[in-house]
Design a protein around this ligand. Structure first.
Ligand SMILES: [Zn+2]
Ligand SMILES: [Zn+2]
Ligand SMILES: [Zn+2]
Length: 270
């Protein structure tokens, strides 16, 4: 196992918190942990690579806030707008790093990305305005990013099949309301799990807090963090009622985790 640092870049639902035009107590809260950008994490493996999970709507702001200046690969969970609308901001990383960035997504996700970002992928020359340079990779099973082993974990997000990702003893499972039978074996012996927990009221495509707690009790990780919260869940009040070992994540939270790295014959990271 190799040490890595996971930074939560965004832990809010698709609107972000505060929401435009909302006067509720959580949207007006002065607790910085109640300010939630769109969902994304950054996995820094000092011995190997730096991986961004999703290019959220807020990518530019997130990179500036957390001094993220390099991204060696991007993994896409699914193509809902809150998870991909920052894709164009990859241009800055292309420029700083001097090259294209590998993106990993399912074939279905690529179909949507090619439509949503037609100007990036259609090969038509355009006057003015740079486009991001992306090296597409199709996820069809476990893969490695500069030696870091990544296990895609199929999840249900309503009727949409999406992916969570497992790195060593850490798993990131956002935007889901069910875990298919075949995915449970992929989630054995986790130290740390991150789970979608939208709110208390039932929703057709996201786990509620109670449902996420059921998943935690079945997985029995050492610790669990919830993400993708709406303004229904104030940070302090919700944490106070969660069991030991389970907490709401918040933007800027950093976790030390262990990932699997296999040796590779590649240039060391710069
Ligand atoms: Zn989402
Ligand atoms: Zn609100
Ligand atoms: Zn979604």
């Amino acid at each position: 196992m190799t040490p890595a640092r996971v930074t939560f870049l965004g832990t809010g639902t698709s609107t972000g918190i505060p929401m435009i035009g909302c006067e509720c107590a959580v949207c007006r809260s002065t607790d910085p942990r109640d300010k939630r950008l769109r969902p994304s994490i950054y996995v820094d493996v000092p011995a190997a690579t730096r991986i961004l999970v999703d290019t959220s709507t807020d990518l530019r702001q997130q990179a500036l806030m957390h001094n993220i200046t390099r991204v060696d690969a991007v993994l896409i969970t699914h193509t809902h707008a809150d998870h991909v609308m920052g894709l164009d901001d990859v241009r800055r990383f292309n420029h700083v790093q001097g090259g294209a960035i590998p993106f990993f997504a399912t074939e279905a996700a690529w179909d949507t990305l090619r439509k949503t970002f037609f100007y990036v992928f259609d090969g038509v020359p355009r006057l003015g305005g740079g486009i991001p340079m992306i090296e597409p990779h199709v996820i069809d099973g476990p893969f490695a990013v500069r030696g870091v082993q990544v296990v895609p974990v199929p999840l249900w997000h309503g009727r949409m099949p999406i992916l969570g990702f497992r790195f060593g003893s850490f798993a990131y499972l956002t935007d889901c309301n069910a875990i298919p039978d075949e995915s449970w074996p992929l989630l054995q012996d986790l130290d740390t799990v991150v789970l979608d927990a939208l709110r208390d009221k039932p929703h057709s495509t996201h786990f509620t807090v109670a449902q996420a707690l059921e998943v935690v009790s079945r997985l029995q990780p050492r610790r669990a963090y919830f993400t993708h919260m709406t303004h229904d869940l104030g940070h302090a009040a919700t944490n106070a009622r969660l069991p030991r070992g389970v907490e709401l994540a918040y933007d800027g939270l950093v976790l030390d985790v262990d990932v699997d790295v296999a040796p590779v014959d590649e240039q060391p990271r710069q």
